[in-house]
Write a protein that binds this ligand. Structure first.
Ligand SMILES: Cc1cc2nc3c(=O)[nH]c(=O)nc-3n(C[C@H](O)[C@H](O)[C@H](O)COP(=O)(O)O)c2cc1C
Ligand code: SF4
Length: 427
């Protein structure tokens, strides 16, 4: 069951999209539905955000004020910088018009006259593809002034990122669009009250918006019955690592992880055993082999294992994987990407990396494992934005779930290192 990645030749072309029902949901909304009807349909569908936090989309749309003189904005989040995530670009390539139609429906529902699509700068090819699709939609009269003679007007602009992971965080993204440094903002005020240029703003992920036309076309009830009841629909699983056929696959939420690995991705590479799977991008707590055997891939099910679906970027690692090296790589990323505004994140990410490297160099001590957990817990929940949590969770949970992997890297004698040397070895 594919809602977004349809197996139709040249589906990225506007004429092919139209001849397969494309833009019919937008036309239907403009003719037959009030903006509130569109929001209610999305709300009743129980669509949850695909950008990582699984926030209910329809509910988010209701936060936008219905009165007031200020312009309102939509930011479409295609920054996609989380390691292990590469699904939004598939939409830009294979079905850009469904995303554009979803954006138009969101604008109509919330009374928005300008949408900014924020795309990571490295996605040069996909930026060009999306721009071509937007140009075609303008030519056909779906975007612009007095759309299809209804009096409703809205514009869609692309904004290229410049290579900072933090600009995917919604408030940093808005600062970046404004031309400022991509620093996350303290909340409240929330974007619906004070967003882009101080005006009411909604931020949605690309995949989230791409689901909306099919919800309007087929109805909320149809959508809510697909996949896992509390997290319905499909997900674009971006599977990477030690599988035979890595790639982006659209599957219903709640699909068993082992079915994704074995049936969809052709099994483990070289027939090796699983050691660890990160289910939703590098910031999500990992799953052990035993957990993988039981895990269903939706947000509610993964909570049982202390994890979340995140961006559904599934990173599969086999029995030969050096878990410590993986964690060092992940921690290096978050240390590098911390914007430095808050002390727990700025300093803590560096401490996590240095302690992990000390263990890797053979100078670790058993107490380092508790130290890692303690530093992670002091970051978690104590920062302006969730990058702090994203840095803390993988360390806290990997040490907890794979403790033996770390213990075997610590010298048996666990010698007390003199303080002077200890400080030196952490720099
Ligand atoms: C450090 C950080 C990076 C993020 N990067 C992205 C991203 O690249 N794309 C995205 O859609 N959401 C990203 N998010 C989540 C956004 O802040 C926001 O929750 C999301 O775009 C909302 O869309 P949704 O409700 O449709 O999921 C990031 C969050 C954090 C804390
Ligand atoms: S948590 Fe990290 S990335 Fe987020 S605002 Fe604080 S320092 Fe910046």
């Amino acid at each position: 069951m594919n809602i977004i990645l349809k197996d139709i030749k040249d589906f990225h072309r506007i004429d092919v999209y139209e001849s397969n029902g494309g833009y019919s949901a937008f036309k239907k909304a403009l003719k037959e539905m009030s903006p509130e009807d569109v929001t209610n349909e999305v709300k009743n569908s129980n669509l949850r955000g695909r950008g990582g936090a699984c926030f209910p989309t329809g509910l988010k749309w209701t936060f936008m004020p219905k009165t007031g003189d200020k312009p309102k904005y939509l930011c479409c989040n295609g920054d996609e910088s989380e390691p292990g995530s590469f699904k939004d670009r598939e939409i830009f390539e294979r079905n850009p018009h469904q995303f554009i139609e979803g954006t138009l429906l969101a604008c109509y529902a919330m009374g928005i006259k300008a949408a900014y699509v924020y795309i990571r700068g490295e996605y040069y090819k996909w930026i060009n593809l999306l721009q071509a699709a937007i140009d075609d939609a303008y030519k056909k009269g779906y975007i612009g002034k007095n759309i299809l003679g209804t009096g409703f007007s809205t514009d869609i602009y692309i904004h290229r990122g410049a290579g900072a992971y933090i600009c995917g965080e919604e408030s940093a993204l808005m600062n970046s669009v404004e031309g400022k440094r991509g620093y996350p903002r303290v909340k409240p005020p929330f974007p619906a009250a004070f967003g882009l240029w101080g005006c009411p703003t909604t931020i949605n992920n690309i995949e989230t918006l791409a689901n909306v036309p099919e919800i309007i076309r087929n109805g909320a009830e149809w959508f809510s019955k697909i996949g896992a009841p509390k997290h319905p629909g499909t997900l674009l699983f971006g599977v990477s690592g030690h599988v035979n056929k890595p790639g982006v696959y659209e599957l219903p939420t709640g699909t068993p992880l082992m079915s994704i690995i074995n049936d969809t991705c052709g099994g483990m590479l070289d027939g090796k055993d699983i050691k660890m799977v990160i289910p939703g991008g590098s910031s999500m707590p990992p799953l052990t082999k035993e957990e993988c055997l039981k895990a269903n891939m939706d947000n509610e099910s993964l909570k049982e294992f202390g994890s979340s679906i995140g961006t559904a970027g599934v990173m599969v690692m086999n029995e030969d994987t050096d878990i410590l090296k993986v964690l060092i790589r992940i921690s290096k990323f978050y240390y590098h990407e911390s914007c430095g505004q808050c002390t727990p994140c700025r300093e803590g990410t560096g401490w996590l990396l240095r302690v992990l490297k000390r263990i890797d160099s053979g100078q670790g001590r058993i107490s380092d494992l508790d130290l890692l957990t303690s530093v992670a817990q002091n970051i978690e929940g104590n920062t302006i934005c969730a990058l702090g949590d994203a840095a803390a969770w993988p360390v806290k949970w990997t040490v907890k779930k794979f403790r033996q992997e770390f213990e075997k890297r610590i010298p048996k004698e666990d010698v007390e290192v003199p303080v002077r040397n200890k400080v030196h070895s952490l720099r």
